[in-house]
Design a protein around this ligand. Structure first.
Ligand code: AMP
Ligand code: MG
Length: 307
């Protein structure tokens, strides 16, 4: 099969591949996921292998809006309020799991991460499959997440059975992960749904993350291009450094957007372009530490920590 024949817009074909135990690049509004039926141990194991992801990093279970959530997880009052407010959408809820959720999805933890994506093609696929699918980002472990079908094919090539082309992701960075396992509500990974949004819906004060073990895989270094990423607090500083690099023959590029939505949308594509263009350094201007800016700063800091 050549590259282009591996990309399709045919949901039925993608459904057949999943039901046969295959793995499929699936569009969502956040980033492209590498989908496998959650209850198929062999398919899920292939997802880990293809990504090169440690099996200690559990996977998010994606559900259709027509699914009965209670079959998969126990939502407390806060979780239910958040689900009502933000699903389908870029929010993952970490809740106590039911016995239907297999150990190979959660790493035998007693919690499960659940999300209903807001992407028509993803929802059509989930409805056609009629079962939950895991869908970690469809890239190799530690590298830049994919935001279009071509990124998935470029990263995973022959290792993925099919890529469902749903166009460019409309958000461009991964979902917010919120833990709702006791009376506490904690943001474990920032995303488009902000801590303020969550506080407004639940009426609770959002506590700070209290340790990495609650969400294994929240590494310091992640989302990294080959180019070195350097962080700046102002455009002037970044441009000054860029000019200095150019004088010494180092190929550098400045990354910046005033508009947070556009910054998030183009972030991973810009990091990938830097590598394709042979840039040795990406000089990224950090956005303000509010709203979507919190999530962009998180991803940029992790990309810079991989240097
Ligand atoms: P990704 O698939 O890369 O978007 O990352 C999903 C992340 O969600 C994991 O790395 C964990 O941090 C978190 N996660 C998923 N499932 C669980 C779970 N059952 N318990 C705790 N954290 C989880
Ligand atoms: Mg990922």
């Amino acid at each position: 099969m050549n590259m282009s024949s591996r990309i399709t817009q045919d949901v039925d074909r993608a459904c057949e591949v999943l039901q046969r135990g295959g793995i499929v690049g699936m569009p969502t509004e956040t980033v492209y996921g590498l989908a496998a039926i959650a209850r198929n141990e062999e398919a899920v194991s292939r997802v880990y292998t293809v990504k090169g992801r440690p099996t200690s990093h559990p996977l998010i279970v994606h559900l259709s809006p027509h699914d009965d959530i209670k079959r998969w997880g126990h939502l407390n009052e806060s979780a239910q309020l958040l689900a009502n407010a933000f699903w389908p959408g870029p929010l993952t809820l970490l809740v106590p799991r039911t016995s239907l959720v297999p150990d190979w999805v959660t790493g035998a933890r007693d919690t499960v991460a659940l999300r209903i994506p807001a992407h028509d093609m993803a929802i059509d696929l989930l409805n056609a499959v009629g079962d939950a699918v895991v869908a970690p980002s469809a890239n190799r472990f530690g590298q830049v997440s994919p935001t279009c079908a071509e990124h998935v094919v470029n990263d995973l090539g022959d290792s993925v059975d099919l890529v469902l082309d749903g166009g460019q992701c409309t958000i461009g960075i991964e979902s917010t992960i919120v833990e709702c396992t006791n009376s506490n509500v904690q943001v474990l990974r920032p995303g488009k749904v902000s801590a303020l949004d969550i506080a407004a819906i639940t009426g609770m004060t959002i506590s700070a993350v209290d340790g990495p073990s609650r969400a294994p895989g929240m590494l310091l270094a992640h989302y990294a291009p080959k180019a070195r990423v350097e962080l700046f607090t102002s455009m002037d500083e970044a441009e000054e450094r860029c000019n200095k690099y150019e004088l010494t023959g180092v190929s550098a590029v400045v990354l910046h957007h005033v508009d947070m939505t556009r910054y998030a949308l183009s972030l991973y594509d810009n990091l990938r372009s830097a590598d394709l263009n042979g840039n040795e350094v990406v000089l990224a201007v950090l956005p303000p530490d509010t709203g979507l800016g919190v999530a962009i700063r998180d991803r940029l800091s992790k990309a810079a920590a991989s240097n």
